[in-house]
Design a binder for this molecule. Structure first.
Ligand code: ZN
Length: 82
């Protein structure tokens, strides 16, 4: 963010500034997380919260992949184009 600030400074729109801050904090301790525990073996697994911003390379890609998979389910057999 520091380099981005130096390059664009006051020209950064508030909405863009918030987006960059959220994306930089995505899946880090800054956004907190959830602790999951397997009911069978008791193994714990901590997962950081994601930012869910549409421009986030991590969240955006996951959402797009999920959307494409959902759309594929709607296709008739034999009509797959890709
Ligand atoms: Zn994200």
């Amino acid at each position: 963010m520091a380099a981005y600030e130096r390059k664009f400074g006051a020209d950064i729109l508030p909405s863009h500034r918030r987006a960059v801050q959220r994306i930089l904090a995505c899946r880090t301790a800054a956004l907190g997380g959830e602790l999951y525990r397997c009911p069978d073996c008791g193994t714990a697994h901590f997962v950081y919260h994601s930012c869910n911003h549409r421009a986030c390379p991590q969240c955006g890609n996951a959402d797009a992949t999920e959307w494409i998979d959902h759309q594929k389910l709607k296709l008739l057999p034999g009509l797959i184009i890709w």
